[in-house]
Ligand binder design. Structure first.
Ligand SMILES: NC(=O)c1ccc[n+]([C@@H]2O[C@H](COP(=O)([O-])OP(=O)(O)OC[C@H]3O[C@@H](n4cnc5c(N)ncnc54)[C@H](OP(=O)(O)O)[C@@H]3O)[C@@H](O)[C@H]2O)c1
Length: 230
């Protein structure tokens, strides 16, 4: 089985790539820059991909299509919050958000994964039971937003990623497409106080990904593959 994971340079993407390789899958990673030595070892090759840059998405898709390998599992993991695109602690709320910060999050967290998956449809359809897993967030769920977080661009972009997954699932019969909340994870984004270690999140996610069933397509799931409960 062949898996393609975005954002393997650090954080959850690196851990998911390593975990999938441990389970015997052939893993292709994407990154914007160099990747750690363990990830380099886990991956058959690394494709350059910047989801904020549409020519970069087109080039990555073209490279993968030229190789022609079918894709059993696409993990759209790469993503960012407002801090990564210049948003400060006091200007990420709905009343003070910089429109450019908002739109950059939509570009990278929502549109980028959609365009990337869309470009790879033929390679997905060439697999026996293709799956697309979009790493979304509980912070895209309105019930959670009412009690946590203050980054309207992140909230909106992840809510849009979750619904985009459902629309893609509807329009791609035969491909299992889900959105998943990976838990609150100790990465650069999640911070040191987060509940889950990156290795534990990756293990549980990979268990859930490998066990996905067609009837789950279009759903928003938790780290263990159960329906997400806010
Ligand atoms: N950590 C959590 O608690 C948590 C909770 C819910 C959901 N998530 C989601 O889980 C995913 C992974 O997050 P993480 O915690 O591992 O965050 P992270 O440590 O900040 O890593 C983010 C990853 O996304 C990549 N990335 C950022 N901007 C990109 C772009 N324009 N094009 C391509 N790749 C880009 C980064 O690559 P560079 O190294 O090049 O920047 C990096 O590999 C994200 O989608 C995040 O929203 C995380």
């Amino acid at each position: 089985m062949r898996a393609l994971v975005t954002g393997v340079g650090r954080g959850l993407g690196a851990a998911i790539a390593n975990e999938l390789a441990t389970r015997g899958l052939t893993v292709v990673g994407t990154a914007r820059g160099p990747v750690p030595a363990d990830v380099e070892q886990s991956c058959a090759h690394i494709v350059q991909l910047d989801l904020a840059d549409r020519p970069s998405i087109a080039a990555a898709v073209a490279e993968l299509c030229a190789r022609g390998d079918s894709i059993d599992l696409l993990v759209n993991n790469a993503g960012l919050d407002g801090r990564a695109v210049g948003g400060g602690d006091h200007d990420r709320g709905p009343l003070d958000i910089d429109p450019d910060v908002f739109m950059r999050q939509i570009e990278v967290n929502t549109l980028g994964p959609l365009l990337f998956a869309r470009g790879l449809v033929d390679l997905l359809r060439a697999a026996e039971t293709p799956k697309v897993v979009n790493i979304s967030s509980q912070l895209g769920h309105p019930e959670v937003v009412l009690r946590a977080g203050r980054d309207v661009g992140y909230n909106a972009s992840k809510a849009a990623l979750t619904t985009t997954s459902a629309t893609l699932a509807r329009d791609l019969p035969g491909v299992i497409v889900v959105a998943v909340h990976p838990g609150w994870v100790r990465t650069d984004m999640g911070g040191p106080e987060a509940a889950l270690g990156v290795g534990e999140s990756a293990q549980r996610l990979v268990d859930a990904m490998l066990a996905l069933r067609p009837e789950q397509s279009g759903r928003f799931l938790d780290v263990d593959g159960y329906p997400f409960v806010p």
